[in-house]
Design a protein around this ligand. Structure first.
Ligand code: TXA
Ligand code: MG
Length: 325
């Protein structure tokens, strides 16, 4: 790994330096409340293309545009449904991404050729201050190599992108720790494209209707965030309902559980996501715990399925994808 000081923007001038890099068409890793993003000027096609190259991301997978304020939304999207404005007013800045009809000037590099654009206002003080210094929005996918575990610390960004890592604005550990919830709109109905840091229940309560699950909504043939294999550690991961049945004597096993209820003898390890079995806290710890297990050179990670409610659904979604293949 590189000497981290080479990549970190430090000191009182960090924000101004960060803004300069972005204005010059460079990439920059930025903190958000969900995960670190690999950011570029959304209006600079060459910078946007560099994101795909740096992450090894397929050009068919569109990016999220990050705005400094809700009032910028009409400059990016059009024919915005009333319910979208209400959701934005309620949850922004925060971990909610909306899929909307794009304004004509939004580049096909950003939207991967779709007529829609994904938008959110992130809730991290450093990144909001940075956006204030810019007269353009930022596109930012998670700052990891494509299909690998998302980064919730600046050190994760370095470890995942290695020699491709750009300069990093270190904003500490991400508080939500899982990606934003993504919603789209079909006439009066709200479609859940990706489980995320705001639970399905919380959104349903706010909109007063059940969300249509994207999995059952394939009409448009768009596959958001949904290459099946995703969020994966290098170590093989299996997802089980009952963890006690999956002990494997001959292997070095890492158990990933909500709350620790058993001990294991070395070389096996068990890691819990929340000592109080709190699903929000578990979500916040998920990626850091997967990163930690992945560094132990285990033969297998055996992960316990979470209760299927609240942020448990989001964790299960990520674990299912980590277990694919
Ligand atoms: O919390 C987050 O959303 C983080 C932080 C950095 O903001 N970003 C993030 O970006 O998770 P990324 O690129 O890893 O995931 C964005 C997802 C992608 O899976 C993409 O397919 C979907 O959003 N997406 C973007 N534009 C879309 C569109 N027009 N239609 C459908 N899905 C879209
Ligand atoms: Mg991602």
């Amino acid at each position: 790994m590189k000497n981290h000081l080479e990549n970190f923007l430090l000191g009182p001038d960090a924000l101004n330096k960060a803004a300069e890099l972005l204005k010059n068409g460079q990439l920059l890793a930025i903190p958000t409340e969900t995960v670190y993003g690999l950011a570029a000027n959304a209006f600079d096609d060459l910078a946007v293309q560099a994101i795909f190259k740096t992450k090894n991301r397929p050009a068919t997978n569109p990016l999220i545009v990050h705005l400094k304020h809700l009032n910028q939304l009409p400059s990016i999207a059009q024919n915005i449904p009333e319910i979208a404005f209400k959701l934005a007013a309620q949850f922004w800045p925060g971990p909610l991404t909306l899929i909307l009809e794009k304004q004509a000037h939004i580049s096909h590099w950003v939207t991967a050729g779709h007529a829609t654009v994904a938008v959110r206002v992130p809730n991290h003080p450093l990144t909001l201050n940075l956006l204030q210094l810019l007269d353009f929005p930022l596109v930012a996918p998670s700052a990891n190599r494509s299909n690998h575990i998302s980064p919730t610390t600046a050190q994760h960004v370095l470890a995942s992108l290695g020699k491709n890592a750009p300069m990093i604005l270190d904003g500490g550990t991400c508080t939500s720790g899982v990606e934003s919830t993504i919603l789209g709109f079909d006439k009066d109905q709200v479609v859940l494209y990706r489980h995320g840091a705001i639970s399905k229940e919380e959104i349903e309560e706010f909109v007063g209707q059940e969300l249509i699950d994207f999995v059952e909504y394939k009409e448009q043939g768009i596959s958001p965030g949904s290459s099946k294999k995703h969020y994966s550690p290098k170590t093989r991961l299996v997802l089980v309902d009952n963890i006690a049945r999956h002990w494997e004597e001959s292997q070095r096993v890492g158990y990933l559980v909500l709350q620790k209820s058993f001990e294991v003898a070395p070389p096996h390890v068990v890691k819990e996501l929340s000592a109080s079995a709190n699903l929000g806290q578990a979500a916040a710890h998920l990626y850091a715990t997967l990163h930690a297990l992945d560094h132990l050179e285990l033969d297998i990670i055996v992960a316990q399925r979470m209760p299927n409610s609240g942020l448990g659904r989001t964790i299960n979604d990520r674990l299912e994808r980590a277990a694919e293949g």
